[in-house]
Write a protein that binds this ligand. Sequence first.
Ligand SMILES: [Zn+2]
Length: 98
Amino acid sequence: MHVIRLRSDAHRVFIGQRRKDPITHELLRAGDDIVICSREKIAFSVESWNGACPLCGNKRTLSSVPQQEKIKVIKRHHWFWYVTPIIIFIFLMILSIS
Ligand SMILES: [Zn+2]
């Protein structure tokens, strides 16, 4: 079981999402010790966890807070998805001309 101490610098994005513990409905803040269920990626305060996920019974936990913001940014701005349709379009144009 991985316990993560929330830090205002390292977990700024996570804290900004203002997540609540699903059991106690308390806001998860900097300085809190949390546990994240590896199955649903839901965060609990360490008091709610109690050996297994209170929602699904899973005992596996994440060793770090998932970097959701970074993943989204990479997907949105990846050059591949802009360039590939243009290349295919040009290729089809050349084929239709010749
Ligand atoms: Zn769970």
